[in-house]
Design a binder for this molecule. Sequence first.
Ligand SMILES: Nc1ncnc2c1ncn2[C@@H]1O[C@H](COP(=O)(O)OP(=O)(O)OP(=O)(O)O)[C@@H](O)[C@H]1O
Ligand SMILES: [Mg+2]
Length: 401
Amino acid sequence: MAQVLLEKITKIYPGGVKAVDAIDLHIADKEFIVLVGPSGCGKSTTLRMVAGLEEITDGTIRIGDRVVNSVPPKDRNIAMVFQNYALYPHMTVYKNMAFGLKLRKVPKNVIDQRVMEAAKILAIEHLLDRKPKALSGGQRQRVAVGRAIVREPAAFLFDEPLSNLDAKLRVTTRAELKRLHHRLKTTTIYVTHDQEEAMTLGDRIVIMKDGIIQQADTPLVTYQKPVNRFVAGFIGMPPMNFFDGLLKMVNGAMVFEEGKLEDAKVVTKRADEPQVAIGQVTLPGNGFTIPVPEQLRACLGAKVGKHVVLGIRPEHLSLTDHGGESINVKLNVVEPLGNDMDLYLETVLHPHVVARVEAHAGLEVSSQVKMFVDLKKIHFFEPGETGVNLSLVSEKPHAAA
Ligand SMILES: Nc1ncnc2c1ncn2[C@@H]1O[C@H](COP(=O)(O)OP(=O)(O)OP(=O)(O)O)[C@@H](O)[C@H]1O
Ligand SMILES: [Mg+2]
């Protein structure tokens, strides 16, 4: 078992694609870390560099205390399971699992012991004499994992190992992998593009975009305190709703007003908008307005009169008034999910707003409804795809003015 350290790792493919851009990542011994992000963000490239299957353009990789930059894959003491784990079709499950050890000239009795133990852990003892074609997808997947376990590697690398399985099997196999990690405690780097899989498996998850790590933290922190708009939109399902708008002072109180910034204008006459002071920026009034909660005012002070993005998770919109502020929306679609339901809504300016609420009878599609906002849970971001989470700024100690 071992820690894995990535220091300023960069990969530029021939032809100039920068797939991974100077990433730093310290994976602790026994840690289960998940690399997650959209297609093409550099997850597989990162994993393949750790495995030694891809040359590193720049940076250092250490496994344990050893720099492995120029160590060939077979000598790195790691085991990798891919999406297309090719089992040898002419060999039995036992032989598939034993094959790698046999090549390494491990004594027969040791091979036997390790295969039997792995088979027991994975509950495939009864399948050892079968050939892969006589197995289900999930069983084949377990054999592929078994083949990795028997090597007793310093680290496991998984690249989307569940993506060939159907939805139900993916969920059960993912629980098995988690149990397996509890038992073996082998350092694991796991790649997926599925945020739910990442959240359920990882001790920490690493959210990547364009070859850059956006955030590396526990699933809960990435959900509750996303560092930027990209992470906020990627973690959580259905994704967070974002609203463009403006922060302004109305009768001395800070509010967020939804609206298009190109429509913003400066108040020059009292009569234009009596509540807003002359000289302030305002928007023509068909967006919704909500007050900025007390705890966020300090960190948003410098943003008054500026474009910000409000983020509200679907689960923080509700049909019931728990003492929150409300916004008026049109209800377009109701999607029942059993205990919960998703409501597809629109505001005057925003055609796609989603709310996840408790199942509730008697809602009329195409009607106007009031959605209550849990103000304690809202976020504000700088504009732009990776605009920083302004709501987190207040948590840092105040710098001396
Ligand atoms: N052999 C290669 N030659 C050139 N470019 C490559 C090569 N392999 C990957 N890339 C590019 O590098 C970038 C990162 O690819 P990578 O396979 O690491 O992404 P990924 O995050 O694993 O995506 P996915 O979720 O689709 O598997 C992409 O832009 C991809 O097109
Ligand atoms: Mg990939």
